[in-house]
Design a protein around this ligand. Structure first.
Ligand code: ADP
Length: 759
């Protein structure tokens, strides 16, 4: 376009038109932040310049061949940016970079190769330079990309009103691009038509970004089409009959002729209307969807919901009826509960994958206030694009978009919203018509009583369920209390057994010592042996008493810990040391996995050794000869930067019945016969006083850690084994107060068997 054919009046008029649109957009203050508005304004301004360039201004002509077409290209680029923002493309940057580079290339080609390659054909307006060709190709590619992407976004959007917005934009784009295509031809009439059409398209786009209430493009096209088809068929047939009569009339005498014409007029008068309605009845459902008998729908709906006494069931009935009418495959009943601080909405899904996640809306929330105030259906499209709903919070928006609904219809009582019928988009992709929305609102109004009844009924059901669960819990607590009661009485038996055994030994050996001494039969060797026995028995007594003291400390004021940087590796080595002999004798395999790589943690070294001694001691005791004990360590990173380590002590022993998984951590609880007394710390199934695990648990919990056991059950033949899980924080809260150096191994008191080791 070099402007040779441009009508100066039209060009000036166009310029004025574009400037007017710029002013219109600029007047909508505050909308400049809106990207589509911003880019469209610049596009319109560039279009005004482009219109001016169509006038033959010699000074401009000389600067660059094909100047106006270059401006047109810049316009397409800006149009793309506005479209990208409107359609929400993810990769807008590529458009700007690719388009900008292409336009620059065409300008450079024009500057460096200004001579036409051949004589420009008469029907095109663009000069046949290298840059001219590049301009044409760039325009084609940019325009096609714009149209295709917008069209694909439209096709990919399942929500009819959202899609309608994109279709509207695509149609306006199409008008502009067709008008620009027209402008490439050299024809006195085509140029003004192209210019006017382009302005019409620009007006369409301006309206598109300024108002969220766009008309239903597809609906209008369908209605227009239906009207054209109905009128076409009806008048076509009427015309045929008319022509046929004229043809027959030529051959007939005038009297019969007149009678025939009168008869035909009468028949036409009587039959035209019914015939037209028949055509309508065939065409309308195909193009506009089925009509329905409102009163019949309301009647059958009321009957169906009055028979429903459960919220879930009610949701299914409501959405089932509506989905049958409107053919949607998504819907839910949203229960609204009025709380002092606002509303709590709980979705009861009926069709489609819908989350049951509850959502709280503030008392003055725009969504609930609108539903309660207007008592009218609210479209998701309005929530997304009506500036009135701009104040919705991000959380509310996310929840709503995850619901994936097309329309929300309030079920309102006198004073508030009791629920909302949420309906997904129609499968056909058509919008909900006004009459359909009115029908849904009527049905929602019918639902109030049924909903209240169903909620009361469900409330009753859930109260019953709560009572049932409480009963189960009570039974469990009862069982536990029974066991604890038994533990209490067992405690006397265990404690007296445990204390009596070493005491009897001390007393027995002391008696022997005395008797032999009186008879003067004692030699040095015998004395050493007897005193050795007395010492061992009193050591056992001492250990037992210190364990009891530890256990009682757990109850009174918890354990006092001395936190130091500690390695689990060292702790395990010290804990297993006293068990080494038993492990060897009983041919147990002891494996450590991943322990070396564990980081240093802040812990009470001595107490952790005590805890692991007890756990490992149990693993040794309850694993038959030849079994395996494995200790694995892993680091568990956490999001808040507070890392943990997990240590799992697994054995291939007799296992533990799941019903005792919690009880074994209770003081003096032990599975089996309480009459058995401590039979040694390492013998297979050697009974202990039932204090090892409670102390281990107390130590680990004092470190802000956790301990629990997993086992499939107790079975001496199958040997399911047990897995004790211990989680410890790398830096427990209490450790921050104390920081002390790592105690060296040599610094530990040298003892054959540590005093804190139980069982
Ligand atoms: P005890 O001094 O009796 O070993 P604990 O508190 O250490 O007391 O353990 C309580 C009970 O838990 C034990 O009597 C035993 O029945 C059971 N138990 C503990 N560890 C294991 C294990 N690794 N395998 C099987 N049973 C175990």
């Amino acid at each position: 376009m070099n402007g040779s054919e441009a009508n100066p009046f039209i060009a000036l008029g166009g310029t004025a038109g574009y400037i007017l649109l710029v002013i219109l957009l600029a007047r909508q203050r505050g909308r400049w932040k809106d990207k589509p508005v911003f880019w469209l304004t610049i596009y319109l301004a560039s279009s005004a310049v482009w219109e001016l360039s169509l006038l033959r201004i010699p000074a401009l002509e000389g600067i660059l061949p094909n100047l106006s077409s270059k401006l047109l290209l810049v316009g397409t680029l800006l149009l793309g940016l506005s479209t990208a923002a409107f359609v929400e493309w993810a990769n807008r940057r590529y458009w700007l970079l690719g388009g900008g580079a292409a336009i620059l290339t065409t300008i450079l080609l024009e500057l460096f190769f200004p001579n036409p390659l051949f004589e420009t054909p008469g029907f095109v307006i663009i000069k046949a330079t290298l840059g001219g060709f590049a301009t044409l190709i760039t325009w084609l590619i940019l325009s096609a990309t714009l149209l295709v992407t917008t069209w694909r976004s439209y096709r990919g959007n399942p929500f009819p009103w959202h899609a309608n917005r994109l279709l509207y934009w695509a149609v306006a784009l199409f008008i502009i691009l067709v008008s620009e295509a027209i402008l490439f031809f050299n024809h006195p009439w085509l140029a003004p038509v192209g210019q006017i059409l382009r302005l019409v398209g620009a007006i369409g786009l301006t309206y598109g970004v300024s108002s969220h209430r766009l008309f239903d493009v597809q609906g209008r096209i369908r209605r227009g089409l239906a009207f054209a088809i109905i009128v076409g068929i009806s008048t076509g047939i009427a015309y045929t009959v008319f022509v046929a009569t004229q043809w027959v009339a030529v051959a007939l005498p005038p009297t019969i002729n007149t009678a025939l014409i009168l008869m035909l007029i009468a028949a036409g008068y009587l039959l035209y209307e019914p015939f037209r309605r028949l055509v309508e009845r065939v065409i309308n459902p195909i193009l506009l969807g089925e009509e329905f008998d409102t009163s019949k729908v309301v009647r059958s709906y009321s009957q169906a919901i009055s028979r429903t006494l459960d919220v879930e069931q009610l949701s299914l009935v409501i959405i089932g009826t509506l989905s049958e009418l409107f053919e949607t495959n998504r819907g839910a009943l949203l229960l609204a509960t009025r709380l002092p601080e606002g509303y709590e909405i709980e979705p009861v899904p009926a069709m489609g994958r819908i989350s049951r996640q509850k959502m709280s809306f503030a008392a003055d929330s725009l969504l609930m206030a609108t539903l309660a105030g207007e008592r009218q259906p609210l479209l998701q499209y309005e929530l997304d694009y009506n500036p009135q709903f701009q104040a919705l919070t991000a959380e509310e928006r996310t929840w709503l978009s995850e619901m994936g609904m097309e329309v929300y219809v309030p079920i309102s009582t006198e004073t508030e919203v009791a629920g909302v019928i949420a309906l997904g988009p129609k499968i056909s992709g058509l919008t909900y018509r006004q009459t359909e929305l009115e029908l849904v609102q009527t049905l929602a109004d019918q639902t109030v009583v049924a909903l209240e009844n169903a909620r009361l009924y469900s409330e009753l059901g859930s109260q019953n369920e709560k009572i049932r669960l409480l009963n189960v819990d009570l039974r469990r607590q009862n069982e536990r209390l029974e066991i604890m009661d038994k533990v209490k009485s067992d405690f006397i038996t265990i404690a007296s057994h445990e204390l009596r055994t070493p005491l009897t030994q001390v007393k027995g050996y002391a008696d022997i010592l005395q008797a032999m001494n009186e008879e003067n039969a004692l030699n040095r060797e015998q004395t050493r042996e007897i005193v050795g026995h007395i010492n061992r028995a009193s050591l056992q007594l001492e250990q037992l008493i210190s364990a009891m003291l530890d256990a009682s400390q757990l109850d009174v004021h918890g354990l006092k810990l001395n936190f130091v940087p500690t390695k689990i590796d060292t702790i395990l080595r010290l804990a297993v040391e006293p068990l080494a002999k038993a492990i060897r004798e009983r041919r147990l395999a002891f494996k450590l996995e991943g322990i070396q790589n564990l980081p240093t943690l802040q812990a009470d070294f001595k107490r952790l050794v005590q805890a692991f001694s007890n756990i490992l001691g149990n693993a040794v005791k309850y694993t038959p000869d030849g079994g395996t004990i494995t200790v694995t360590g892993t680091v568990i990173p956490s999001n808040d930067g507070e890392d943990y380590i997990e240590i799992v002590v697994s054995d291939t022993g007799i296992g533990i019945d799941p019903k005792f998984h919690e009880l074994i951590f209770e003081k003096f609880f032990r599975i089996g016969d309480p009459q058995l007394h401590s039979t040694g710390s390492t013998k297979f199934k050697g009974a202990g006083p039932g204090l090892g695990l409670p102390i281990a648990k107390g130590v680990i919990e004092a470190h802000s850690g956790r301990i629990w056991v997993e086992s499939d059950g107790e079975d001496e033949s199958r040997l399911p084994g047990s897995r004790f899980h211990i989680i410890l924080p790398l830096c427990p809260p209490g450790a921050l107060l104390q920081q002390q150096p790592i105690p060296s191994l040599q610094a530990q008191p040298k003892q054959e068997r540590p005093a804190w080791l139980i069982g």
